[in-house]
Design a binder for this molecule. Structure first.
Ligand code: AP5
Length: 209
């Protein structure tokens, strides 16, 4: 099963991706995580990606598509995968279509009013990538799952979040129509608790399995 998770920044893609990957035994491929790993390792791609990500802009399609194509050619993707944060533009979707068939696009649909608070309050584990909201941490600074140190992403500040939301509206939201026309999209309400959102996603994915 080849699945795409679509949604605005902060809609809960990463939160749901961990759960989906584990339930359906799919490799979780997050282009954001791939770029951040490259930034940490100071690779050439990392240096380039950082210059866009820090401004809340998209990394150029050509670079992003090459990375994803390479990743999807790996053995663990033979029986399916979960794409989180890709495609993010129509050209990326068209490119993906050239080498892969998509079975389902889960669009996490959420009112923008939730997103600023979610993103600016997010804390992420440096070691396992688990994300938390500061309001639920009771002052804790380490990960409940693995004990790793929690940090705030550099692009989770009000100014960059505004820019990410604008970019989403202009460049990514058109993918909703694109996949609706192809008849593969399922819209899921993202305002509930993570468990409630996950239950809606499971219902959608079980129906196409
Ligand atoms: P990426 O890392 O993909 O960031 P994003 O799309 O902006 O999404 P986020 O990770 O910020 O949010 P999310 O939807 O995963 O929410 P989360 O589950 O963490 O991309 C970063 C950058 O890389 C981009 O800006 C771009 O520059 C570049 N990039 C990546 N892919 C690219 C591509 N294809 N092309 C070009 N450039 C690309 O949740 C957020 C918070 O809310 C957390 O604190 C969480 O605990 C909380 N939360 C989650 N669900 C709920 C819920 N149901 N109720 C209450 N709180 C919740």
């Amino acid at each position: 099963m080849n699945v795409i998770l679509l949604g605005a920044p902060g809609a809960g893609k990463g939160t749901q991706a961990t759960r989906i990957a584990s339930r359906y035994n799919l490799p979780h491929i997050s282009t954001g995580d791939i770029f951040r790993a490259n930034i940490n390792d100071r690779t050439e791609i990392g240096v380039l990606a950082k210059s866009y990500i820090d401004k809340g802009q998209l990394v150029p399609d050509e670079v992003t598509c090459q990375i994803v194509e390479g990743r999807l050619a790996e053995k663990d993707c033979e029986n399916g995968y979960l794409l989180d944060g890709f495609p993010r533009t129509i050209p990326q979707a068209e490119e993906l279509e050239k080498f892969n068939k998509i079975d389902c696009v889960i669009n996490i649909d959420i009112d923008f009013s939730y997103l600023m608070e979610r993103l600016c309050g997010r804390r992420v584990c440096k070691d396992c990538g688990e994300s938390y909201h500061v309001s639920k941490l009771n002052g804790k600074t380490d990960c409940a799952k693995c004990g790793g140190e929690l940090y705030q992403r550099k692009d989770d500040n009000p100014e960059t979040v505004q820019s990410r939301l604008r970019v989403y509206e202009n460049q990514t939201a058109p993918l909703i129509d694109y996949y609706t026309r192809k008849g593969v999209i399922v819209n899921v309400a993202g305002e509930g608790t993570p468990e409630e959102v996950f239950a809606l996603i499971v219902k959608a994915l079980d129906a196409i399995k």
